[in-house]
Design a protein around this ligand. Structure first.
Ligand code: GUN
Length: 300
């Protein structure tokens, strides 16, 4: 029997409605409108599309967004100054720096300048470290979205063999950590893995995030596996495809996420979720602060 399709668009739409209500309730109760700043340096065409999708999605859940575009030759000091200004701005609850950055910029220094309470992408070392010990505040959006999809369709994770293909800081590594946290047995494959198929064939849950069209074909997939395709590749003719040969993989899998319409809409949705959560926490800190200041801290 061919695989059932995991409809990321529908799951994302339901979550956005839920968070639209949550953001409205936050405004009603505290007067806080969640605010997201999106920073982009350079003119990467794919990044431009992602940034405009993120900005558009904000309005649909009541997030006020601001876009900051810098030329490709922006200096590190200039970019960091902007991030520090936004970190200090009480109207901004989330800061996202679109990656990749131009090569001359030090990504660690740039991401490290983001206030960790506003790090809605989860890329600051504080949040990365939290993820390692299962205490992250802001989970990185793409793997967070994948976990939501798996939970939504009722996939059992504990004790299953999960194989992650791709070991990027944005997807593969955090994905593996999240699956480990849920007690899967996790293997991570990457560009230097020899004989990829010997790993993928064992996967009950196969997550593919390699950025390589047709990397995974049907015979590499265990019968009945759950396959999540995180790849987004534009073919020369303009067609958008994932990393799996969809037709042959769908013949073997029990569940499969398509491209487009699978993980993509979830990535943007989880950014909205993290931003609203950041605004809720900021509002809670504001109301907690006076009693802390007056009672719990020594006088100076
Ligand atoms: N570039 C590709 N994916 C992402 C992402 O999730 N966040 C950011 N900031 N940049 C990206």
């Amino acid at each position: 029997m061919p695989a059932s399709i995991i409809d990321g668009q529908a799951v994302a739409a339901a979550m956005r409605e839920q968070y639209r209500l949550r953001s409205a309730a936050l405004f009603e109760q505290t007067g806080t409108t969640p605010g997201l700043a999106v920073i982009m340096a350079g003119d990467d065409p794919a990044s431009r599309i992602y940034v405009s999708k993120k900005i558009q999605a904000c309005a649909s859940v009541g997030i006020a967004s601001r876009k900051f575009l810098f030329p490709a030759d922006v200096t590190q000091a200039e970019l960091i100054r902007q991030i520090e200004d936004l970190s200090a701005d009480p109207g901004i609850h989330g800061i996202l720096v679109q990656l990749p950055l131009p090569k001359h910029l030090d990504i660690k220094a740039v991401l490290g300048a983001i206030d960790r309470d506003k790090d809605v992408d989860g890329f600051h070392l504080y949040n990365v470290g939290g993820l390692v010990i299962g205490e992250t505040v802001f989970p990185p959006c793409t793997p967070y979205g994948v976990m939501h999809l798996l939970d939504h369709v009722g996939v059992e994770i504990a004790g299953r063999n999960a194989v992650v293909v791709g070991a990027s800081n944005i997807v593969g590594k955090p994905m593996a950590l999240m699956l480990m946290q849920r007690e899967a047995t996790v293997s991570v494959c990457h560009a230097r893995t020899r004989d990829l198929a010997q790993f993928t064939i064992l996967a009950d849950i196969l997550i593919v995030a390699a950025g390589c069209p047709n990397l995974i074909v049907g015979p590499m997939v265990k019968s009945g596996a759950v396959v999540i395709d995180v790849g987004i590749n534009r073919l020369p003719g303009g067609k958008l495809v994932g990393d799996c040969d969809f037709d042959s993989v769908a013949k073997r899998a029990s569940l499969i996420s398509p491209v487009p319409g699978g993980v993509g809409p979830m990535t943007v949705t989880m950014l909205l979720v993290n931003t609203i959560a950041a605004a809720e926490r900021a509002a809670a800190r504001r109301t907690a602060a006076p009693s802390l200041r007056s009672a719990d801290l020594p006088a100076v």
